[in-house]
Write a protein that binds this ligand. Structure first.
Ligand code: IVH
Length: 706
């Protein structure tokens, strides 16, 4: 049966339609404006939908009357570019996870020792539910909501302002707020709303969501804010970013202030005096988990004193003053159908369990990691028994678990259900992708393919890493596209990304004929590639995908060597025993393993040649040291002896925050040695080399930290 509205229209003459149309268009436009710009919807959603349906029906019956700028033309017509980008004024971080009570005790102890707190000094923490949604940053200027952005990679997120405005829990105006206030929190969907949404989706024959978190993320990231508006999203505020003045001097006080300003804050947020109180609140929250009506996946602890939070500061991506205490993982039993081997970027052969699909905590799981050959055999990498020595075989019944977002794992195996004919798994010693020998070096838990870049799996994985978010992050060139381009032989190594346009740009024809590619998307891709030719040094070092070089070690190397030329030259020259090797090891956070791995990539061979081909296409931005106005920025500092005013860890973090490089040993490159009581050989070496030596007080005075 056709739409009742359409039938009604069939009774409408052309003249009547012509007469009705302008008024209808104006009403829809006014409703849109009220909704989006004036922040004050004037008609109900149902009335709005009815208006729009009538307009669409008239247009369908009299297509020539349809105005090109009709509001119906804008519905669901997703702008091709997607969301705009937003640089976060203050990075949006993630949280370190803890699972056991010991992990939490460790967390408290680490903070105490970093701060050098005596046992009798209290260290209160807040404890609150960890909401399982997606984080959002709201920027208020002079009390008006001016921007909303998703977390993205922490530094740059997506502009979802229009969508955020449709969430009832998010105030559009604040009274009595600081001039600049960035409020951060979690967008989520309640169980009831999730169930109703899925029921509606089913009814309409549209896709349903696996869990409330996916539903919330899918709803917030709609290019058409109308769709977001129709989805029942909620928001809890629990943190902040940039501020023109502090909200309070405690975490607890700041949350109370956000509540007073009109935000929803979680009622289970509690101030805990000590570890037992934190753990007690964790258990209390866990006991209520099933009846809260929304998903939580743990409890977040935060040091309450904001001055202490400031002193504790951050690691690469997580604060030292907070921890997520995750709930135990969810478990399920299923049949392991097959063990497959995946070959990674560094050649690691990783066994993957292909499972009969099973629901674990609301998500359907059909793959799980088996870690490595020892894990399958029932022993740890050190040779000790795990799972009481039970091995895992194809066809076995296995217990699968997942904790949070992490890849599902296999915890246990049921020997009673094992087929007597099942055979122990024979781990391959040849790479399944390229046939090269796969060897296990001493002390390595992992067997690796020795094929290097001739191994297609390694080459593709390296490319995927290269374009990943924390590396080159080229819009329109994700893992899927890279894989397809590799298969077709268009992009075999990173350098070829930058020659793609030269090789295929002229015709665009081939690219255009690929599934999902048109003139516009090809052009967009070339532009996105062009944009990333200019790349910061740290990102490039990370993007190379050298084993052991993660984001934070790449940043360490970049801030030490500052330019590509210096870095590459040093890596080429560094071999054990050379001054370049010593210099590399003097960087705090660089050990022998990392040093061996990063220098190997620069020794003569195919890997180095590929790096050279790549950098020929790039403009590499020198690393900049933070806080260049500080009197110690760019200087290399070594701490030795006992520090009395702060712990070594804090001294190091503060020096780095001021732009100094902190090294572990004294060399001719050292600018300042900060020597506390008990300084020994380092002080002597500094004296021999004529390095400036300061005591702790003089250092604090120099850096303005006294
Ligand atoms: S605080 C600097 N508090 O968990 C610390 N995060 O796994 C900022 N999350 O990215 C985060 N509930 O999206 C904080 N009560 C809570 C939270 C919470 C959920 C999310 C947040 C964060 C992620 C880290």
């Amino acid at each position: 049966m056709s739409d009742p509205q359409e039938q009604e229209n069939l009774r409408l003459s052309r003249a009547e339609a012509e007469a009705e149309l302008p008024g209808l268009v104006a009403r829809v436009e006014a409703a849109n404006a009220a909704y989006h710009r004036l922040d004050a919807p004037e008609i109900s959603d149902a009335d709005y939908d009815a208006l729009k349906r009538r307009l669409a029906a008239i247009e369908a019956n009299f297509p020539d009357l349809k105005r090109p700028d009709s509001p119906t033309a804008q519905v669901g017509a997703a702008p091709a570019e997607g969301f705009g980008k937003v640089s976060h004024a203050v990075r949006m971080l993630s949280l370190e996870n803890g699972f056991s009570e010991e992990d939490i005790a460790d967390f408290v102890e680490r903070m105490r020792s970093y701060l050098g707190l005596a046992a009798e000094v209290p260290l209160a923490c807040t404890a609150e539910p960890k909401i399982d949604g997606l984080s959002l940053s709201l920027r208020y200027e002079n009390g008006r909501l001016v921007q909303a952005a998703t977390r993205g990679d922490g530094a740059v997120g997506e502009n979802v302002t229009e969508n955020a405005r449709t969430i009832a829990d998010i105030p559009h105006r604040l009274t009595g707020a600081p001039e600049l206030l960035e409020v951060r929190g979690e967008v989520y969907m309640s169980h009831a709303d999730f169930a109703a949404l899925n029921a509606r989706q089913t009814e309409r024959g549209e896709k349903t969501f696996a869990n409330p978190r996916n539903a919330a993320a899918g709803s917030l990231r709609q290019l058409d804010a109308r769709i977001t508006a129709a989805r029942p999203l909620k928001f809890f505020a629990y943190a902040w970013g940039a501020l023109s003045e502090p909200l309070s001097d405690t975490q607890f006080g700041a949350i109370a202030r956000l509540k007073a300003l009109g935000f929803q804050t979680n009622p289970l947020t509690l101030l805990c005096a000590d570890l037992p109180a934190m753990l007690a609140h964790y258990r209390a929250i866990e006991a209520q988990r099933a009846t809260l009506g929304y998903d939580i996946d743990g409890v977040v602890y935060k040091a309450n004193d904001l001055a202490l939070q400031a002193r504790l500061g951050f690691r690469a991506t997580t604060p030292r003053w907070a921890l997520a205490h995750k709930f135990p993982a969810e478990l399920a039993w299923t049949r392991l159908e097959k063990i497959e081997i995946q070959v990674g970027r560094t050649g690691a052969l990783s066994p993957v369990a292909r499972l009969a699909p099973v629901t674990v905590g609301g998500v359907v799981v059909s793959n799980a990691t088996l870690h490595n050959e020892d894990y399958i055999a029932g022993r740890s990498s050190k040779g000790a028994e795990i799972r009481a020595g039970k091995d895992i075989r194809e066809g076995d019944w296995v217990q699968v678990y997942r904790a949070g977002d992490v890849i599902p794992k296999v915890a246990d195996v049921d020997l009673a259900r094992r087929d007597p004919a099942a055979q122990p798994y024979d781990f391959p010693n040849l790479c399944p992708e390229c046939g090269s020998e796969a060897i296990r070096e001493e002390g390595d838990a992992v067997r690796r393919c020795t094929g290097g870049l001739i191994c297609p799996a390694q080459a593709v994985e390296k490319l995927k890493h290269f374009v990943s978010r924390a590396a080159f992050d080229i819009e329109g060139l994700g893992a899927k596209q890279v894989e397809a381009f590799y298969k077709d032989g268009w992009i075999r190594e990173p350098a070829e990304i930058f020659t793609l346009q030269a090789r295929f740009g002229a015709g665009l024809q081939q690219l255009k004929n690929r599934e999902g590619w048109g003139d516009k998307s090809a052009q967009n891709l070339f532009e996105a590639i062009e944009e990333k030719r200019k790349i910061p040094l740290a990102k490039l070092i990370f993007a190379l995908g050298i084993r052991h070089v993660g984001e934070s070690s790449a940043a360490l190397l970049a801030t030490h060597y500052l330019s590509w030329a210096r870095f590459a030259e040093a890596m080429r020259a560094a071999r054990p025993g050379t001054p370049e090797w010593e210099e590399l090891l003097s960087i705090d956070g660089v050990g022998e393993t990392l040093a061996a791995s990063v220098t190997a990539a620069f020794h003569e061979g195919p890997e180095y040649e590929a790096i050279q081909r790549l950098v020929a296409h790039l403009i590499i931005e020198d690393a900049v040291l933070p806080a260049s106005e500080s009197p110690v920025s760019g200087l290399t500092v070594v701490f030795t002896g006992t520090l009395e005013r702060m712990t070594r860890a804090e001294a190091k973090a503060r020096a780095e925050a001021l732009g100094a490089k902190v090294a572990g040993s004294v060399s001719a490159k050292t600018d300042i040695l900060v020597a506390g009581p008990g300084a020994g050989s380092k002080a002597k070496k500094a004296a021999d080399l004529g390095v400036k030596v300061l005591d702790e007080e003089a250092w604090l005075a120099l850096t303005g930290l006294a």
